[in-house]
Design a protein around this ligand. Sequence first.
Ligand SMILES: *Cc1c(COP(=O)(O)O)cnc(C)c1O
Length: 717
Amino acid sequence: MNDRTAYTGIDYFRLGAALLVIAIHTSPLASISEGADFFLTRIAARVAVPFFMMASGFFLISQYAFDNRKLKTFLKKTAVIYGISILVCLPLNLYNGYFSGAHLLPKLLQDLIFDGTLYHLWYLPASMLGAGIAWLAVRKLGLKKALLTALLLYGIGLFGDSYYGLAAGISPLNGFYGQLFEVMDYTRNGLFFAPVFFVMGGMAAEECARGKGCPLQSAGAGFFLSFLLMCWEGTLLHGAGIPRHDSMYLFLLPCMYFLFRLLIAWRGSRREGLRTCALVLYIIHPVLIVGVRLGAKLSGLEKLLIENSLVHFLAVVLLSAAVAVGAAALSKRRKRNRGISRVPGKERAWIELDLDNLRHNAETLKKAMQPGCELMAVLKAQAYGHGMYETAVTLARMGVRAFAVATIEEGIRLRRYGISGEILILGYTHPERAGELAGYDLTQTLIGYQYARLLNRQRRPVKVHIKVDTGMHRLGFDKEDAEKIVRVCSMRNLNIQGIYTHLCAADSLKQEDVGFTEGQIGSFYELLGMLEENGISIPKVHIQSSYGLLNYPELSCDYVRAGIALYGVYSSLGAQTRLDLDLRPVLSLKSRVVLIRHIEKGESVGYGRAFTAHRESRIAVLPAGYGDGLPRNLSAGRLKAVIRGQSAPVVGRICMDQLMVDITGIEGVCVGDTATLIGRDNKLQVRAEDLAERGESITNELLSRMGERLVRTTAGA
Ligand SMILES: *Cc1c(COP(=O)(O)O)cnc(C)c1O
């Protein structure tokens, strides 16, 4: 799992769906049996277009993915594809006399919006309209009400499509649909058909983000059953002569629901090319249908290529596929030239995440907490260098519902990853960003009275936690300031959800530090008592961070804000804690040997000639440096890489992008060998605590500096 989560099932089914659309337009089974043809093209293949729409909705709409830019990009991209498709298909329009009909302008407008300028192109304007409607509805009404609205629209569409015969017999309805069909050819369009599938796609994404899913067996059984029912429905309606058109069935909805659950269960590596292939198949095939017909006429092969419907279908598929594969290859090449590509297994230096250990740590912390207390996972600074996306998604999937970050940008980022639940911003946010706080449903820390007043003045309802300074003297209301906090509680636009303080010496078990910490805790509860006397009780109360839990586990709060312990390391070496938990490191840092050189006795290595060989030496160059978060003060042997299970000390100074290690005593080192800088290689383990100590810092700093340049790979995903 990485930032480009791979839904292999969706990728593959794109291809299947494109083939189904070609089948609709070529009727492969027509020359075999009328019944089989009806079943394939009028019923079974009807899952294709809804699938495309759900897939778009899945990546576009989920409750918190209210990122306007995403919608804009989608609309722009679809509009461009629509434009190109119109141009590609223009010869066909010319050929079939499109432009010589009467009322050209209104017809053109109607087609552009609803019906498409060629029969299959309706899908593109429908996607734009449907996506827009669904997105707005979800934003304004929430997912559930948006679904109801979209279902209502679908219902109206239904009676203009497969159930038209029923509506046509009732006079006001008859009139209504009469009017409707003045403006559109079918109800199977962006207004009545598409929105529901976009919303359903969004709901599936929301489920995924929460780690809830439909068990595979029930999805399979559900799909099978609803597909059968849809076949029955289609046959029945057809037999009774009710449909005006046969795109919209009642059972198409559950059918799509379960089909999509089946597809998202199949995860693996991403198949980007399939997406382009499917799209090109979709756009180009009508042109090639005509091409095949023309070719058959010219070569006299009509009997084979046209009259045999199956061969005709295959010919169209093969030709379209050839074009599609070519186009996909071209687009891949373009992307590669334009974008930055990370080639898995070929990184210069990378972080390996053990997500099983992350899950284990979260469980271990939860078990150590008092009953009723919840884990608030602290994900600031790229989750202490571990990568916010990987950690957030893993924790959300296992049911963690509260997160803390340092900045509003980090909070928004979490929402864009589809994280729901509470997100508390621990630090300062400019009060004028209250709109974003409200829009993304983020909870802001009130860092003081003046700040609270400014935030309240923005007239946007914002969720907040009150921070109390009990002795750290960093952020927060003064612990004596009950009166000001009472005033804050009556501010109209501040929705007070919690109150907390932060301990500044909880990691130390020295007597004076314990005394100080107990003082902090005591005065915090005293303040809560005073508030209560004023009739104020605040829902969530929290005090402990990692060491707060490890050394003061008896405190009974609503949250533990755990950072460093979640990542399975202690802040520093040899710190005694009252709880002794089995926490396991999540992060390893690795690089590889890219060059080996021989150094004569007396020659120097690196900047400032800080290292001089006292013997003939072999030196390996590793492409990782302080630009990747390895502190420069770990130079000259303080950092030791593990190569082939043996320790290789850094020689000379660590550079921004490179470091050099001495491998003289290690047998058989080759270019390409992995070098472990943090983590385990066979029996040797380099602990983050150890490195932090040598660098005269703590792991919190060491890890959180492994910011952006390192690639992250995952195990246990
Ligand atoms: C960073 C932070 C935490 C997490 O601290 P750890 O020691 O990493 O668990 C908790 N609370 C606040 C206010 C913080 O800033």
